[in-house]
Design a protein around this ligand. Structure first.
Ligand SMILES: C[S@@+](CC[C@H](N)C(=O)[O-])C[C@H]1O[C@@H](n2cnc3c(N)ncnc32)[C@H](O)[C@@H]1O
Ligand code: SF4
Ligand code: SF4
Length: 370
């Protein structure tokens, strides 16, 4: 989740070592969403696409050191047969728990099991406000069933737990439905809508679908206005909203914040994030690039804490910490006594003052707030 300028500060961890462990409970999926970057990774992972119990068991002793566990990755978490039990274990260890799902398997039984396990948040991806748009993007899904599942979840929960969120990946195919999705999210009883950019591109998946720094300024301005209207509507309907930027700007640290988080792939590979766990041919602001793999180690053979303390992981987080310090000192000095019209110059100077981003991160849209 993008914390904007707050990302300069490491997330609060309540005395725990990690703000987030992202646990890819499964890479398996039955849908074929047009923009999903992980189709090839899924094919290579077959026939063992779910996280194995021994990998999870290697994480369990470390749960008390993590503030938050996100069970999502490049597949569908509800296909993991042990998901409710794992949520319950993380909850019992005092972690905040949640997952991002396509919503198709979130039937009455699954919703009740997750609520009983103590899950804190569930986000459901709905990339269209109408059946036509949604099913053209989310190939193999069923619009009516997913809406019904989200609505039931909102009815079943008590005292606002779990928090529910709709994720909407903005693309040329659905940008006209920004206000529609806000209305739908309110109708199905969600708490929040998250407008995300189609920013992860692997090979052909996602290519040409990002709506940032693309087209004319006028086209972007129009989209920005439409998004602002949709977010005003959300406020009016009592929904929270969050949105990625259309005009990218380099940040010191990405929303994932590798200074205090780890990504654990379904097969036990430990990395800073999903992008660096899989690597592969990618696109960075229109240029074909290669996202390298950067693996820190692998569970259950290696110990998670030893992986965290070893040089590859330490060096990456130290680089981000240096970047944050350099950026912060320019920003603090640069804004004092500066006219608001010159703030953009200060931000540019702060970006120029930072040491370069680590390998892979230098070709990642997340570092640019999109
Ligand atoms: C890979 S999915 C995994 C979770 C689940 N299967 C789902 O669809 O919600 C995680 C999130 O990434 C979003 N997503 C898919 N393709 C994307 C892309 N090319 N760029 C950015 N986000 C993308 C999905 O819409 C979803 O909200
Ligand atoms: S449901 Fe999620 S994991 Fe499955 S294809 Fe769609 S975006 Fe990818
Ligand atoms: S590759 Fe991107 S998401 Fe991953 S750690 Fe680097 S900047 Fe963050």
């Amino acid at each position: 989740m993008d914390r904007g300028w707050l990302a300069l500060l490491p997330a609060s961890q309540d005395g725990r070592r990690w703000s987030l462990l992202q646990v890819e409970s499964s890479i398996d999926c039955r849908l074929r969403c047009v923009m999903c970057p992980w189709h090839e990774a899924r094919q290579s992972a077959a026939p063992r696409p779910h996280m194995l119990p021994e990998v999870w068991e290697a994480i369990v002793p470390h749960l008390p050191q993590a503030r938050s566990i996100d069970f999502s990755g490049g597949g569908e978490p509800l296909l993991q047969p042990d998901i409710a039990r794992w949520v319950a274990q993380a909850h019992a260890a005092g972690c905040e728990t949640g997952l991002l799902s396509n919503g198709l398997l979130l039937d009455d039984g699954a919703a009740r099991r997750l609520i009983e396990a103590g899950i804190d948040w569930i986000a459901v991806s709905l990339d269209g406000a109408t059946r036509e748009t949604y099913e053209a993007i989310r190939v193999g899904s069923d619009f009516a069933r997913v809406c019904e599942n989200v609505e039931r979840l909102a009815r079943l929960r008590s005292a606002g737990r779990p928090r529910t969120m709709i994720n909407f990946v903005l693309m040329p195919e659905n940008a006209h439905e920004m206000e529609g999705i806000v209305r739908l999210a309110a109708e199905v009883g969600a708490d929040k809508i998250h407008f995300k950019q189609c920013d992860v591109i692997r090979g052909e998946h996602g290519r040409g679908r990002g709506l940032f720094a693309q087209g004319t300024d006028r086209a972007l301005k129009k989209l920005e206005k439409r998004l602002a209207r949709a977010r005003r509507l959300a406020r009016k309907l009592g929904l929270k909203s969050e949105a990625a930027a259309f005009l990218p700007r380099e940040r010191a640290v990405c929303g994932q914040d590798p200074r205090s988080s780890l990504f654990i792939r379904h097969d036990g590979v430990v990395s800073a994030c999903i992008g660096l766990a899989y690597g592969g041919p990618s696109v960075f602001f229109g240029q074909d690039v290669h996202m390298p793999e950067a693996h820190y180690g692998r569970l259950p053979g290696d110990d998670l804490l030893a992986i965290w303390e070893a040089a590859p992981c330490r060096e990456r987080r130290e680089r981000f910490a240096e970047r944050a310090r350099a950026y912060e000192s320019k920003i603090l000095g640069g804004f004092v006594g500066t006219a608001p019209s010159r703030y953009a110059d200060t931000l540019d100077a702060a970006a120029a003052a930072m040491p370069p981003a680590p390998a892979g991160c230098s070709v990642c849209h997340y570092l640019h707030g999109v």
